[in-house]
Design a protein around this ligand. Structure first.
Ligand SMILES: *Cc1c(COP(=O)(O)O)cnc(C)c1O
Length: 376
C-alpha cells in the first residue's frame, strides 16, 4: 500500500504528468510568462465550466478576496460580516482594507455561516456579507441573497474550497458555487480541488462593470498600458499556472466525483459509530469534499488523531483555534465565550485523508483503524 497523504499530488502527477509537461514546455518555448495566451484561454474555459459571464484570474485566493472587497466602494468603518470558522484569508483582507470585521458563528451541522447569526449581526453600518463554502459544500446562499437584497448588502462568496460544487436552487435548477453572489472568489492553491503548481486565484461575476474594474485593479489599475484609471495592485495568474490549470480543469468533474465516492464509503462505514458524526449533507448543495470532516465526541479527537498517526494515517484539524482568539484580531474586543459553536467545533473536528487518487486498500485501512479505535 502506498503511503497515505491528506492530498497526494505526487500520485496525481504520475497520472497526468505527460500532459502537464507538454503544457509547461509550450509556455517555456513561447516565453510569454505574463499574460500569455493560456491565461485568456483558461479564463474562457473556466467561464464556460462555471456558467458565469466573467472570470478574472489573479495571483492567489487571498488576493481574489482583497480585489473583490476593493470594488463595491466600501469605506473604512463599514461593517463586513463573515464566519468565524474559516481560513484566515477571509478575515485578514477585511482588516487590511480598514473595514470593520464582524464575525459570526457557523451552523454546527454544515460548518457554514449561520444565516440566523448573520441576521442578528446586521446593523445600519453593514455593507457586505462574505459566506465561505467550507470544505466543499455551499452555504445557504438563497437565504443570504434574500437578506442581502432586503438590506442592500454586497455579497462576496469565498468559493476557494468549492470549485465545481453545485448550488441547488429552490426551483431545482443548479448553479455553480461562487456565481450566486455579486462576486465569487476562488484559489488554485495546489491542494484545492482545482489546484495549480504554485499560487493562483480567480474571481467570478456576472456584472460587466465589476468585471472591468476587477480586471483593471488586478493589473495596476490600468486598462490601457501606462494609463491608470484606478489605484491597483499587481495580482496576475502567471502563464505557466494557467497552462497547468487548463489541463487540470478537464479532470475536475472526474476528480470531484472520485472524492465523493471516497466520502460515501466513509459515510457508510461510520454510520453505526456513535462516537463520531459524519459531515452533514444539506439539501441545497452538492458536496465535493475538499475536506471530509468528522466530529469526534466525548473529547476523544486528539487521542484519535494520535492513534491514527501511529498507524501512519495523517489527519488534520481545520481549524484548531477560533479566529477571534488570535493575537492579530485581539483588537476586535471579542471575548472567549462569544462564539460557542466555533469553540466547540475547534475541539471536535477532524479531517480525514480524501483525494481523487486514493486506493481502495488505503480507504479500507483508514476505516478499519478508526472503527478499531472506538472498539477499544
Ligand atoms: C485556500 C483558501 C483561501 C486562500 O487562498 P490562497 O490561494 O492560499 O491565497 C481563502 N479562503 C479559503 C476558505 C481557503 O480555503
Amino acid at each position: 500500500m502506498r503511503e497515505i497523504q491528506m492530498v497526494d499530488l505526487k500520485a496525481q502527477y504520475e497520472k497526468i504528468g505527460p500532459e502537464i509537461d507538454i503544457a509547461i514546455k509550450s509556455v517555456l518555448e513561447s516565453t510569454a510568462f505574463i499574460k500569455g495566451p493560456d491565461v485568456k484561454l483558461f479564463e474562457e474555459e473556466l467561464q464556460k465550466y462555471m456558467g458565469v459571464k466573467h472570470v478574472v484570474s489573479c495571483a492567489n485566493g487571498t488576493d481574489a478576496l482583497y480585489l473583490a472587497m476593493m470594488v463595491p466602494g466600501l469605506k473604512p468603518g463599514d461593517e463586513v460580516i463573515t464566519t468565524n470558522f474559516t481560513f484566515v484569508s477571509t478575515v485578514e483582507v477585511v482588516a487590511l482594507l480598514g473595514l470593520k470585521l464582524v464575525i459570526v458563528d457557523p451552523d454546527p451541522g454544515s460548518f457554514n455561516i449561520s444565516v440566523e447569526a448573520v441576521k442578528n449581526a446586521i446593523t445600519p453600518k453593514t455593507k457586505a456579507i462574505v459566506p465561505v463554502h467550507l470544505f466543499g459544500q455551499c452555504a445557504d446562499m438563497e437565504s443570504i441573497m434574500e437578506l442581502a437584497k432586503k438590506h442592500n448588502l454586497f455579497v462576496i462568496e469565498d468559493a476557494a474550497q468549492a470549485t465545481g460544487a453545485d448550488y441547488i436552487l429552490k426551483d431545482g435548477t443548479t448553479i455553480k458555487a461562487g456565481t450566486i453572489g455579486h462576486i465569487g472568489t476562488t484559489s488554485f492553491f495546489p491542494s484545492k480541488n482545482l489546484g495549480c503548481y504554485g499560487d493562483g486565484g480567480a474571481l467570478y461575476t456576472n456584472d460587466d462593470a465589476l468585471a472591468k474594474k476587477l480586471r483593471s485593479i488586478a493589473n495596476h489599475g490600468s486598462k490601457v498600458r501606462y494609463h491608470y484609471d484606478d489605484i491597483g495592485v499587481n495580482s496576475r495568474l502567471d502563464t505557466i499556472q494557467a497552462a497547468i490549470l487548463r489541463v487540470k480543469l478537464n479532470y475536475l468533474s472526474k476528480f470531484n466525483s472520485a472524492r465523493k465516492a471516497v466520502a460515501n464509503q466513509y459515510d457508510e462505514a461510520f454510520a453505526g459509530c456513535h462516537s463520531i458524526s459524519v459531515p452533514e449533507r444539506v439539501s441545497y448543495s452538492s458536496h465535493i469534499f475538499h475536506q471530509y470532516t468528522i466530529k469526534v465526541k466525548n473529547g476523544k479527537r486528539d487521542e484519535l488523531k494520535k492513534f491514527l498517526e501511529s498507524k501512519n494515517i495523517p489527519a488534520m484539524v481545520y481549524y484548531p483555534g477560533p479566529l477571534h482568539m488570535q493575537e492579530a484580531y485581539s483588537n476586535l474586543g471579542y471575548k472567549e465565550n462569544d462564539f460557542p459553536v466555533t469553540a466547540a467545533l475547534c475541539k471536535e473536528v477532524l479531517s480525514l485523508p480524501i483525494h481523487p487518487d486514493m486506493e481502495q486498500e488505503q480507504i479500507d485501512y483508514i476505516i478499519l483503524n478508526i472503527l478499531k479505535f472506538f472498539d477499544k
